[in-house]
Design a protein around this ligand. Structure first.
Ligand code: HEC
Length: 162
């Protein structure tokens, strides 16, 4: 390789690398916004074990690591996923796609997140992903005819409309 081509290739590599690192490292402002939206979006209320009981005083190291308190509905019992693990492999585009298409699947608040602008949804994703992997997988969902072995929130009994 001639010296000219070597220099050109190195320059291209530097441009490429700096482009990649710029998109891979979210700004401090994005992370701060994501953090505020995660709290205000009540994500921890379901996805962080003990959040409500501790009045939100749970170290960030345990945020969004999932919960074994299930949500039981007529279609079965599901568990708030460990989003810390999930976002290490789920691309940001798949998170946006889920928010755009999955309304109508409670208890996850897809119907509410649909109103959030993509830039904020990205900030939520970037903040959670930046916390890194932690914890274990939440229990798998179970069918309606099986009694959950874990505590659960029963959403089957609806108050009688007045
Ligand atoms: C009322 C409880 C509740 C709240 C609040 C909540 N979630 Fe969930 N979430 C769940 C449950 C239960 C599941 C698993 C079942 C499902 O996918 O619907 C889930 C699933 C998910 C998934 C997995 C999606 C997939 O395709 O596997 C992600 C990611 C997620 N939630 C992120 C969030 C974020 C971010 C917030 C805050 C903006 C949030 N959740 C708020 C209960 C909740």
């Amino acid at each position: 390789m001639s010296i000219v081509r070597l220099v050109a290739a190195t320059a291209a590599a530097i441009v490429l690398f700096s482009g990649v690192s710029a998109s891979a490292a979210p700004s401090a402002a994005t992370l701060a916004r994501g953090r505020a939206l995660v709290v205000f979006g009540t994500c921890n209320d379901c996805h962080t074990a003990g959040w409500r009981e501790a009045d939100g005083n749970v170290p960030v190291a345990r945020w969004m690591t999932g919960s074994s308190v299930g949500f039981r509905s007529a279609s079965g019992t599901s568990y708030p996923t460990n989003v810390r693990l999930e976002f290490q492999t789920m691309p940001e585009s798949q998170w946006l796609q889920a928010v755009h298409t999955r309304a109508g699947h409670p208890p996850m608040i897809w119907q509410d997140l649909r109103a959030v602008p993509d830039a904020d949804l990205r900030a939520i994703y970037q903040f959670i992903k930046s916390l890194g992997p932690a914890g274990v997988l939440a229990p798998a969902a179970i069918p309606p005819w099986r009694e959950p072995a874990t505590p659960y929130v029963d959403t089957r009994v609806q108050p009688t409309p007045r």
